[in-house]
Design a protein around this ligand. Structure first.
Ligand code: THU
Length: 130
């Protein structure tokens, strides 16, 4: 299954009763395995957790820590870009040159890199004096 197909399939399971905005994401790890996640909202925190965060959490839970490819899909006029928090999570587990394919259910899509999404990312080197 392609990463896009995995993201499209898991999006069907998104739990988004507050925003009504379903998102699916899938990451491929360095081992080649695919991990997927959808957004999950709740009444106290209706913004919930993002699909990208869910896919990353699944990868970490499986014991892997490096992603090499990312895909996210939603039903939106233009491709949905990961939120700020998810950009930092992507930068934690993927190199700057990792591609992030942002797709829509009906066609339009864009591919960027993690470095495009989070230029000047805060990383471990900033703490070299600690
Ligand atoms: N959302 C994601 O899952 N990923 C994104 O990249 C943007 C936003 C979700 C969070 C929330 O459940 C809904 O979309 C509206 O913000």
């Amino acid at each position: 299954m392609s990463l896009l197909d995995a993201a499209r399939a898991v999006r069907e399971n998104a739990y988004a009763p507050y925003s009504k905005f379903k998102v699916g994401a899938a990451v491929r790890s360095v081992s080649g395995a695919v991990y997927s996640g959808c957004n999950v909202e709740n009444v106290a925190y209706p913004e919930g957790t993002c699909a990208e965060a869910g896919a990353i959490a699944a990868m970490i839970a499986a014991g892997e820590t490096e992603l090499v490819e990312v895909c996210v899909i939603a039903d939106s006029p233009q491709p949905v870009t990961p939120c700020g928090g998810c950009r930092q999570k992507l930068a934690e587990f993927g190199r700057g040159d990792v591609t992030v394919r942002m797709a829509t259910v009906d066609g339009p899509e864009t591919t960027v890199t993690i470095a495009d999404l989070l230029p000047g990312a805060f990383d471990r080197s900033h703490m070299d004096r600690t």
